[in-house]
Ligand binder design. Structure first.
Ligand SMILES: *Cc1c(COP(=O)(O)O)cnc(C)c1O
Length: 386
């Protein structure tokens, strides 16, 4: 066992820095409130933005699918795991996104890994925003292409890098559409303009935009009117859609290519058919109930103002409450929990040193009273731990 002694040191170091993490067990389902240690607490940190993770119709869709299709898909998609629900979900996603075709992966993380590795090779250049999600960062690093990071939202830096990258065979720009730590939106209009000028391909990750932004809930690209200029779009079934899984949408050719090349699609078991049916039901709810995202938008605007911050022009469901040091963020988070509010501290390495924070994630199914209560507690906490 002595070979594992280095773990003690590693753990001790994390504890000293206030960065040690532990799991909390939620009993029952994921709703606006959740049961934690025998108490009901307000959940202010999930990605269940529309409250779909425990919606009745979606539960029913999953149950009916289990009765009809069983539990496991029993093989990878290209062997014998591609079942009617996978086919139907991909058709539903393509229709929802207004795309020719869609491809579902087990997770959004895997969709990013598989797609980027398939699209670029040695001799190509990837340019990614510094604050891209970890899955995009990993995907870019694991690809065989040259990977360069540009400053967050820094279009001059991106343009410079594109100019210097003219000798590469292909250029791929990769960005979150809604950044997962501050909830801010990528300058997609500028990005597609630069891509056009410098002959680059654009891929965006709409993980936090799907179901939430845009007139039809298709995300930030829809909100900004640039969908037709973005040939590769990633989404996840695990956030606003309340299920699990990732997907890519684009042209038929793109999807055919990825089906043949993306290793995280080929070499893994198909997601359970019941999850496909649940996700299809969730997409239908997003399409038929625009009032869900309108309610959410109303909550978010109200909360920014109630906390005394200036709301950004495009509102994602996340509101960052910057606290600075990791230790202070932990104290604040513990204080909130004592008062019945769940919002874990977000610390390095997830965010840069000195920018630990609470990241409030709002849900359409929160009530205004719940949010008002949360604001009072947060303000009291900020005063208490200056
Ligand atoms: C959450 C997230 C992912 C990962 O999606 P999963 O389906 O949870 O694996 C990818 N990209 C971004 C921007 C995310 O926020």
């Amino acid at each position: 066992m002595s070979q594992l002694n280095f773990l003690d040191e590693g753990i001790e170091e994390l504890r000293r820095q206030g960065l040690f993490r532990e799991l909390r067990t939620i009993e029952g389902s994921q709703g606006a409130t959740v049961e934690l240690c025998g108490r009901r607490v307000l959940c202010l940190c999930s990605n269940n933005y529309l409250g779909l993770a425990d919606r009745e119709e979606i539960r029913e869709a999953a149950k009916a699918a289990i009765d009809r299709y069983g539990v496991g898909a029993a093989a990878s998609r290209l062997v014998s795991g591609h079942m009617r629900p996978h086919e139907d979900l991909e058709a539903e996603l393509a229709a929802f996104e207004g795309a020719e075709s869609a491809l579902v992966f087990p997770t959004g993380y895997m969709a990013n890994l598989g797609t980027i590795r398939s699209l670029v090779e040695k001799g190509d250049l990837i340019l990614g925003d510094r604050w891209n999600h970890a899955s995009l960062m990993d995907a870019c690093r694991l690809s065989e292409a040259t990977f360069r990071v540009y400053g967050h939202g820094d279009m001059d830096a991106l343009e410079g890098a594109l100019g210097r990258g003219s000798t590469f065979r292909r250029r791929l720009i990769v960005t979150d559409s809604v950044f997962s730590m501050d909830g801010d939106i990528a300058p997609l209009r500028e990005i597609v303009g630069l891509a056009d000028r410098y002959d680059a391909l654009v891929m965006i990750d709409e993980a936090h935009g799907t179901g939430v932004l845009g007139a039809h809930g298709r995300g930030a690209a829809e909100e900004l009117g640039v969908e037709s200029a973005i040939p590769v779009k990633i989404g996840t079934l695990s956030k606003a859609l309340g299920c699990v899984g990732g997907f890519v949408t684009g042209s038929r050719k793109l999807i055919e290519f990825l089906r043949n090349r993306a290793r995280t699609f080929i070499y893994t078991t198909a997601i359970p058919p019941a999850i496909c049916e649940a996700a299809r039901s969730a997409v239908r709810i997003v399409r038929s109930e625009p009032e869900l995202r309108q309610t959410l938008q109303g909550h978010v605007l109200w909360m920014w103002e109630r906390l005394g911050y200036k709301p950004p022009p495009i509102l994602s469901p996340m509101i960052p409450v910057l606290v600075g040091e990791a230790g202070r963020a932990v104290q604040l988070s513990q204080f909130l929990l004592e008062k019945g509010i769940l919002s874990p501290a977000i610390r390095p390495p997830t965010v840069p040193e000195g920018t630990s924070r609470l990241r409030l994630s709002l849900m359409a199914t929160h009530s205004r009273e719940q949010l008002e209560q949360a604001c009072c507690v947060i303000q009291a906490g900020l005063e208490r731990f200056p």
